[in-house]
Ligand binder design. Sequence first.
Ligand code: GAL
Length: 674
Amino acid sequence: MLVGGRLCYGGDYNPEQWPAEVWQQDVELMRQAGVTLVTVGVFAWSRLEPAPGRYTLDWLDQVLDLLHDGGVQVALATPTASPPPWFSLAHPGALPVTADGVRLHHGSRDTYCAAAPAYRAAARRITGVLAERYARHPAVALWHVHNEYGATCHCRYAEAGFRRWLRDRHGDLDALNDAWTTSFWSQHYSDWAQVSTPRATQYLPNPTQTLDFRRYWSDELLSAYAEQRDLLRAANPAVPVTTNYVLGDWVPVDHGRWATEVDLVAVDHYPSDAGPAAEEQTALAADLARGWARHGAPRRAGPTADGRADAWLLMESAPNLIYTPGRMHTREPGRMARHSLAHVARGSRGAMFFQWRAPRGGAELFHSALVPHAGPDSRVFREAVALGGMLDRIAEVDAGAVEASVAIGWDAASGWALQQRGLPTDRLSHHDEVAATHRALWRAGYTCDPVLPGDPLDRYALLVLPALYLASDATAGWVHDYVHGGGHLVVGYLSGVADEHARIRLGGYPGAFRDVLGVRVEEFHPLADDDEIPLTGGGTGRLWSETVHLAGAEPVRAYAAGALAGSPAVTRHRYGDGVAWYVSTRPDDTTHRSLLTGAALAAGARPACPGAPDGVEAVRRRGPGASWLFLLNHTDRAQRVPATGTDLITGAVAETGLTLPAGQVAVVRERADA
Ligand code: GAL
């Protein structure tokens, strides 16, 4: 455990924004709320180094000592996501350049190019200073490098880095020309100097150039992270190092790959929806984090916080108002705790927030905080105190790994490739398809582990691949071996269509998986936003449809109207010892749920709590000699759940079942025979 047998609970703490009198009060309030860990110093560079090479660390010494005396541990951040004004003035060449060629100025955060040598050197310097001074401070339980890596750049350093990366990946220009299909539109390169980052251009850009740039930039950012990590590790190998992932389609970071380089996967999650979808988004974000953690665990080199392969940490979430485009939305009473516990249910080592105390000014002045502008005499602070109590009572669950029998394929590169503009429709994304699959299974009570191509699959009864657009030969082999060996597979449309260079696999879609699926797709028929095609057996298909020919598979559902009437929409194929389903359209949510649960049941996968009513989320964690069933009632009515054991939150013992009040959570330590 990171924080002495307790779950991590707290948030970003910015003492640099407050006079010292407030610090004492903060620590007092943290104790009241049961806070165990705070993230300090994320954007404090100009306070730590007010002029080049001049360091003012006394205030941080005092803060760390105060927190330590108050029993609060620290995730100490390196402040490199926000270089001070003096840095930008001294190194204008390290300011970021957009794809349009515009150089951005100081005035916000993330105003640097991660490939610029001056920035990297300055980042190493301040990291080295912090490492030297605090690596053995008793309050420091975790290093938090930077903040939400993701800012891109198209300056000359980025361009030079891109060329170096391309040489490593492709070897020579012939291979690059081939991979990028530069014979199209006269893009053939005859000298490396002609190759640039994908800047703003006329009409459609080269999709493989764009894809490779995302891959390169992920690696460039990773090397910036790793430089800092190595300095911190060298100063004290016992303190784990992490960085907080920002989620979203735009992020040029391959989180799965990064998971091998962090000691603990940490993610920030802000649902973009205020309605019931917030619960689905929360479950998906948490599952992704766990999937990345599990993917990275066997390859990690540093000190993991304990032996659990699927441990991760919710590093940021919002206590109340969340910024969404156009307007902020409020988290209703109870939801902060329920969402926090949903993350813990799915493997998080606790619940951290942005932020501890709401700021008086600055860019995010209305962002919510555990101590809001109104002060501790407030609903949010009272809920924070209650949440601290709950986390304290359930701390033993940290020993349990999350049980999941369904795997969902996740691939950052497929996500990026599907963002290219030359596709048959711009309505599709890997993320949305993964979310639709996850939602259907979440609603039916199944816990799913996201997996990356190549990950071990032996623990899963069912593998679902939603829009896994890119498939290398290795990925094709991974899928083949799984099914041939007895696995059950569901493949969604736009999977296996292209190779790793985003070039189409010829001879009929989905080229990489045709044999396993026993189908050959001849044509795509993208649908308009308001189009629906009825399917035989009920329900409709949306967004997408295809001319599917059977090549060994049997039809399960057919298109029931329009030009495709009578041709297969959903198929099933016995292959080797396994079964492979193909779904050539996006079924409506109800149909999707029934198709996927049908496949899951046939595969032998089971929900965590069969019989739990709709709207009650159930997730099981199992550790040595014990299991815990998390039950989250997202409905506005009391619900009866067939669970037995002791609810760690209320202490109540459930003998024959448990009644969960509206909006409440139970964490049931199950009887040994459960
Ligand atoms: C996060 C970021 C925080 C804060 C927060 C606001 O993505 O790490 O610094 O900006 O968003 O929601």
